[in-house]
Design a protein around this ligand. Structure first.
Ligand code: SF4
Ligand code: SF4
Length: 309
C-alpha cells in the first residue's frame, strides 16, 4: 500500500483560508482580452452571457494567482534596471462596443532590440513544461490566448510591437519575444468577437463530441454537453441585448430600458430563458402570460415564467 500523503499543517491551512476569505467571485463585464482568442465561439459566448456558475478557487490556487501578479511587478523592475522606460500599467483596453475589455501590463521605450519603438508589454508566468513549449514554438503557436491579448492590446493602443515576457515559476528562467502587430489577424478576430457579442443564441460548438479534448477542459462543459440549466441573470434572458454604446451597455426590450450591471446580475421576475439555453424542446408560447413551455430532454414538461411571472 502506498504511503498516505502527509496532512496539511494547521498553519498552511490557515494561510490558505485567509486567501479564500479575501477572495471575491465576480462576473466579468465583458469578454476579457485574455480569453478573446479562445478556440470555441460557444465557450466565449457562454462566459459573456454568464450562462454557467461562477468558478471558485481554493487557497492554494489563489496564492498562485498572487504569485503571478507579483511576478509582473518584478518584471517591471527588471526592465527599469536595464534602462527601459515603463508606463501606462493598467491602461484600459475597450473594443467591440466596450464588450471586449482588459488592462495592459505596461508600455514603454528603450527595449534594447529597438529602443526608439514604443512597445506594449505583456507579462506572464509559467511552469517549466509550458515554458519549454513557449520557447520551442513561440507565443502564437504555444499560447494563442496570450497572442490574441498581445495583438488586441497593440490594436487598441495603436502600437506596432509588443514585448512578451514570460518568467518560469520553477526555474526563474525568462523568455522574451517581440511580437509584430498583425492588422489582418486583429480585424478577423474583432469581426469574430462582434459576431459572438451579437449572437442571441449559443454559437456552434467547437465539437459535438463530449470527449473532444478542448471540451473535457472547458468550464462550460455541463451546460454545453450535460443539460445543466443556465444561471438566471439578464444575460440569459431572451429580452436582453448587448448594445454597441462603447460602454458595454445592455438593453431590456421587456421594460424598454437599459439595464445596469447590478440589475443584470439580479434579473427580474419577467426573466425568460433564451430558448436555446434550455435543455429541451420549446412546444408552446403564451404571450399574454409571458410563459414558454418546454419538453425537457430529462423528461416532463416545464413552463418557464410560470413561477416568477
Ligand atoms: S464544452 Fe466544448 S463545445 Fe462546449 S463551450 Fe466548451 S469547448 Fe465549446
Ligand atoms: S426582462 Fe428582466 S431579466 Fe429579462 S432582460 Fe429585462 S430586466 Fe433582465
Amino acid at each position: 500500500m502506498p504511503p498516505l500523503p502527509k496532512p496539511t499543517t494547521s498553519t498552511v491551512q490557515a494561510i490558505y483560508r485567509v486567501y479564500e476569505e479575501a477572495a471575491e467571485s465576480w462576473d466579468s463585464l465583458g469578454i476579457s482580452v485574455g480569453e478573446a482568442n479562445g478556440a470555441c465561439d460557444r465557450a466565449i459566448w457562454y462566459s459573456f452571457r454568464w450562462a454557467t456558475p461562477l468558478e471558485s478557487y481554493n487557497g492554494k490556487q489563489l496564492r498562485l494567482f498572487d504569485t503571478g501578479n507579483r511576478e509582473e511587478d518584478r518584471l517591471v523592475d527588471d526592465l527599469r534596471r536595464i534602462g527601459v522606460e515603463v508606463y501606462g500599467q493598467q491602461d484600459r483596453i475597450r473594443l467591440v462596443g466596450g464588450h471586449v475589455r482588459g488592462k495592459c501590463d505596461g508600455k514603454g521605450f528603450g527595449v534594447p532590440e529597438a529602443p526608439k519603438t514604443e512597445h506594449l508589454f505583456e507579462f506572464k508566468s509559467s511552469n517549466a513544461k509550458n515554458m519549454r513549449q513557449i520557447a520551442k514554438l513561440g507565443c502564437e503557436k504555444a499560447k494563442p490566448l496570450h497572442y490574441g491579448q498581445c495583438q488586441l492590446g497593440m490594436h487598441a493602443f495603436g502600437l506596432s510591437r509588443c514585448l512578451y515576457l514570460v518568467a518560469c515559476k520553477d526555474t526563474d528562467d525568462l523568455y522574451g519575444e517581440r511580437i509584430e502587430y498583425d492588422l489582418e489577424f486583429c480585424l478577423r478576430l474583432l469581426a469574430r468577437l462582434e459576431r459572438i457579442v451579437s449572437e442571441q443564441s449559443p454559437p456552434s460548438r467547437i465539437s459535438d463530441k463530449p470527449d473532444w479534448f478542448e471540451c473535457k477542459l472547458c468550464k462550460h462543459y455541463a451546460a454545453c454537453h450535460e443539460d445543466q440549466m443556465p444561471r438566471v441573470t439578464c444575460r440569459s434572458c431572451l429580452h436582453s441585448t448587448p448594445i454597441m454604446d462603447g460602454n458595454a451597455g445592455w438593453d431590456c426590450s421587456r421594460w424598454n430600458k437599459p439595464v445596469s450591471f447590478d440589475e443584470q446580475k439580479a434579473a427580474c421576475p419577467a426573466h425568460l430563458f433564451i430558448p436555446a439555453l434550455v435543455p429541451g424542446e420549446q412546444i408552446d408560447v403564451d404571450e399574454e402570460n409571458e410563459t414558454i413551455t418546454y419538453r425537457l430532454r430529462a423528461g416532463g414538461l416545464w413552463v418557464d415564467g410560470a413561477t416568477t411571472a
